[in-house]
Design a protein around this ligand. Structure first.
Ligand code: FAD
Length: 359
């Protein structure tokens, strides 16, 4: 898509109409509805890709209840939503969490992300779903000190690990794909690759499991069924992970790099600290505009709550439509906002970059 992935780490915030927190299906459709009403959106997501739950949790599973779409997978739905918002060229800031939302003296909102992006927006649309997806951390006391140097929660470029002893923890595609990549003969090959999971069972694609089986048989990848119990250091560096096998035996697995690829789990995160009315960890909204207790901050999709709320994509799309009208009242104060049909409105055709229908 044409939407630029931007990085703005300067002190001066970039001005924008709307910040959309969350690039799940509802956040993406929010961009479309804002665009129809003439508002530009900056979209932020802690995941490195758009799609929220649809891509993170069920990318290849079928969805049957999107209107006028008999069936599509989670990934297909997101691809269609991304194509649909292309005319509005949103700025996507992926792989970073929104940490700060603060009202400034002029009434606008300052939004700051973990990657240093600073924005100044007239409205904030919270589409944060079940929460910010964060890596599941390995709970071994003291190990966090090596994060970013020898311990990583994402798969780095294979070249960065060439010639190293790499221990990978995980049982799903991310961990297995990483192990396979690092064991491929060639200049990026690791010195040795060990995959560890508490059982000799995997939740990855069948062809990936088969590829792993072949490389294990060939001695290219070692598999260890065990759980982390501790670690040892040498010259202030992480030297080995201590693990316990299912029969209770302790082992020491020497390593240069530890990759923990055990998946992501959603956390409500900083949204709880922004002073918005919450009910059972969900944002309370009105059902006219889906505005929160703070004027100018809206909440749509799985993150909100109101009488009769259903956590369905279809319901989130409706909420995003009404929230866009609510947002327009803040972005264009005093301007009458009319409902126009995409079928017949020349203004909307220009906004969408489509030719008007023939007479
Ligand atoms: P999400 O999809 O949860 O996206 C929210 C995004 O916000 C996430 O990517 C998260 O990383 C990001 N985020 C949160 N906080 C922050 C922050 N502080 N900074 C940056 N980013 C942040 N619904 C249907 O209608 N039909 C179905 O058939 C269906 N099937 C489903 C099957 C499964 C297995 C599951 C788990 C759900 C299913 N759902 C279905 C529910 C549907 O996926 C959700 O209703 C939908 O994803 C909600 O969309 P959303 O955009 O509100 O939130």
């Amino acid at each position: 898509m044409s939407a630029a992935m931007t990085a703005n780490a300067s002190a001066e915030p970039t001005e924008t109409d709307a910040v959309v927190i969350g690039a799940g299906p509802v956040g993406l459709f929010q961009v479309f509805e804002l665009g129809l009403l003439g508002m530009h959106a900056d979209v932020i997501d802690s995941l490195p890709f758009a799609g929220g739950q649809c891509v993170e949790l069920y990318a290849d599973k079928p969805i049957y209840d999107i209107p006028a779409t008999q069936v599509c997978t989670g990934r297909e739905l997101v691809a269609r939503l991304l194509a649909q918002i292309e005319p509005f060229a949103p700025s996507l800031h992926l792989g970073q969490q929104v940490d700060v939302v603060r009202r400034e003296a002029d009434g606008r909102f300052r939004v700051e992300t973990s990657a240093g992006v600073r924005l100044l927006a007239r409205v904030v649309m919270i589409a944060s779903g079940v929460g910010s997806f964060q890596p599941r951390r390995l709970k071994v006391e003291g190990l966090a000190a090596f994060e970013g140097t020898q311990l990583f929660y994402g798969a780095p470029e294979p070249a960065a690990l060439a010639g190293r002893r790499v221990l990978i923890i995980g049982d799903a595609d991310a961990a297995l794909d990483c192990a396979l990549d690092l064991a491929v003969p060639g200049p990026t090959r690791a010195a040795n690759v060990t995959l560890m999971h508490r059982r000799d069972e995997f939740k990855a694609a069948p062809q990936t499991i088969e590829a792993l089986r072949r490389l294990r048989a060939a001695g290219e990848i070692e598999f260890v069924a065990a759980q982390a119990a501790g670690f040892e250091t040498a010259q202030a560096r992480l030297a080995a992970l201590h693990v316990t096998t299912p029969d209770g035996t302790m082992r020491s697995l020497p390593l240069d790099t530890l990759l923990v690829l055990t998946g992501l789990s959603p956390k409500l995160g900083p949204i709880a600290d922004w002073g918005l009315a919450l009910e059972r960890k969900q944002l309370v909204v009105d059902t006219e505009k889906f505005e929160t207790s703070e004027p100018g901050i809206f909440a749509i999709g799985d993150v909100n709550t109101y009488a009769g709320k259903k956590k369905l994509i279809l319901c989130g799309f409706h909420e995003a439509t009404l929230a866009a009208f609510g947002a327009a009242a803040h972005v264009f104060p005093g301007r009458a906002i009319h409902l126009e049909y995409t079928t017949t409105s020349p203004r909307l055709h220009r906004a969408l970059g489509v030719a008007p229908p023939a007479e």
